[in-house]
Design a protein around this ligand. Sequence first.
Ligand code: SF4
Length: 372
Amino acid sequence: MNSFKEVFEQYQWDEVKTRLEKVTISEVRNSLQKRNRTLDDFLNLLSPAASQELELMANMTRALTQKRFGKTIQLYAPLYLSNECQNICTYCGFSLDNNLRRKILSDSELMIESTVLKSMGVNHVLLVSGEANKIVGVPYFQNAVRLLRPHFSNISIEVQPLKESEYKLLHEEGVHSVLVYQETYHQEVYKEYHPKGKKSNFYFRLDTPDRIGRAGIHKMGLGVLLGLEDWRVDSFFNALHIDYLQKQYWKSKFSVSFPRLRPAEGIIEPNFIMEDKDLLQLICAYRIWNEDLEISISTRENENFRNHIVALGATTMSAGSKTNPGGYAVDKESLEQFETSDERSMEEIKTMIKKSGYDPVMKDWDAVYSGV
Ligand code: SF4
């Protein structure tokens, strides 16, 4: 296989949906008892039938996560570089058709923002931007990484999908991980959510993790935007993608995130509501299927959910996040991409993690060992 597209095209959305609906409780129990689990087991654990075994799944998830990752939670914070975007995405505050004041951080503004993050104790920073390749493209990112690298032990990016050669350039600058979410694997409705701009090209986005893998980036993060489509079917396709990538790029590490659609200026309501118990089931299904996967929980989730998930599968959390460019210091009023739900400070999150009996980790040693 040369790209995930070849795998993807072997599956039909409606068939996966029907398979999920037909899973029986005995198939779920059989999957839970296995030593080595396959993607079919993931599907069983994701099914409506598996919700009956949620307590057992949660206990298994806690034990498996502690065995593989210890009682630690890695902490990071996003740094929004720009809200310029050439795409229309019907669920995002930065969408091209949303009339907002656009902003791109200058070098000096970037350094002011980074000083605030350092004062919060942040060592792992995620650089985020809208998708405006001509004005916030690879040269801008190279410069930003060069400026920030002396101050942070780990730099990740969540920006527009790039070419393989461009990922290589950013890798050379010191980018450790790249996050790219397909948003939804439902090809037809993908077009409706992304009517204009480069992002409307479903397959260019779908092939992005392959380009990241070929460029030798150390870690990649995948996910779907939960709320756009049936979360069970979308999550099966996301796991199918990870399964393929792990086999193809076995030197890379993988993380999965669970962004649930949040309110933002001028955006649509979720099409599919995902309850907290559904999200817990999804996290458990991922962990029980794949013990090595990093599981990242952002401030989109509410305080109560985040307090509980510390001991139930999470390995990474953002904290104290601002989702607007300049949000920490230089332009606090610029428009945010979405409203955060957990607004506690980094210190408060650290305290909460310690109270749960876990260690908050600010420095990602993994980045040191990988030589980035
Ligand atoms: S989701 Fe990304 S690409 Fe779409 S409008 Fe928002 S910033 Fe732009």
